[in-house]
Ligand binder design. Structure first.
Ligand code: ZN
Length: 249
């Protein structure tokens, strides 16, 4: 099982985080034809004590709740009947947070989903999780702030959707022992990161990022049995560090 982490599909934004419509459409077609696509909730029920998910299935998630999901991604998901989960920065819904957390925003700035768009997607079967209130590095803020980020974002989304919001995605995939404990304490059942942190139980489930310029070939590699294990292993990190040093020479 692989949990994929996209950000957005947006032809007007040239960024690693923005997959082209053409690539996304090809990826959806490939996924539908070659893999068993499941909702994130089904993936999470197969998580073992190490944070690893069962084999053979794929779940699709989007971080940041950007408008491109509504404008460009959803029609392809719908056409291929691919379930998806979107992690929303809840402060953008109350006006308390601005979408200013990316390094290379598009001209005119990033736009995030409105309450109406979220409800429309929800009605169509898209599920939602929290991506905190304001997208901070949770490992760098104090305990109280971290609790507020996790607790309030959950409440805002639950009030809007009128259902429980049980899953959290850590901003930039960053978490540590303290953050995972707060996620558990504030009522989440699971939390997902990225492949930059190792599997760590229900509150440290890694996902595989899909970025601009990556076609179907990258999907095939990133879904391979060894990819996540290698990616989160110490050996891989040391090899990567060595390579970075070599490139600097
Ligand atoms: Zn994010």
């Amino acid at each position: 099982m692989t949990i994929l982490c996209y950000h957005t599909v947006d032809p007007g934004w040239e960024s690693d985080l923005s997959v082209t419509t053409r690539d996304f459409s090809a990826q959806c077609r490939w996924l539908q034809a070659r893999r068993k696509m499941v909702p994130l909730s089904a993936a999470l029920t197969s998580v073992d004590k190490y944070g690893r998910v069962g084999r053979g299935m794929i779940a699709v998630t989007f971080d940041d709740g950007l408008t491109g999901i509504y404008d460009h991604a959803f029609e392809h998901l719908l056409q291929r009947e691919i379930p998806a989960t979107v992690f929303v920065v809840a402060g953008t819904l109350t006006g308390d947070a601005r979408a200013d957390w990316v390094d290379d925003p598009p001209p005119g700035g990033l736009t995030t989903l409105t309450r109406e768009q979220i409800l429309e997607l929800h009605q169509a079967g898209v599920t939602f999780g929290s991506h905190t209130l304001s997208h901070p590095d949770l490992t760098a803020i104090d305990e109280r702030e971290c609790e507020t980020e996790l607790e309030h974002s959950k409440t805002i989304l639950e009030d809007l959707l009128r259902e429980k919001v049980n899953v959290l995605a850590y901003p930039r995939g960053l978490h540590d022992d303290r953050v995972r404990a707060i996620a558990q304490r504030t009522g989440y059942t699971h939390a997902v990161g990225t492949s930059r942190t190792a599997s760590n139980g229900r509150f440290g489930i890694p996902r595989v990022g899909i970025y601009r310029g990556e076609g179907v070939g990258a999907l095939r590699i990133k879904d391979s049995r060894w990819y996540l294990r290698v990616r989160t292993s110490r050996l891989y990190r040391s090899v990567k560090a060595q390579r970075t040093r070599d490139e600097e020479r």
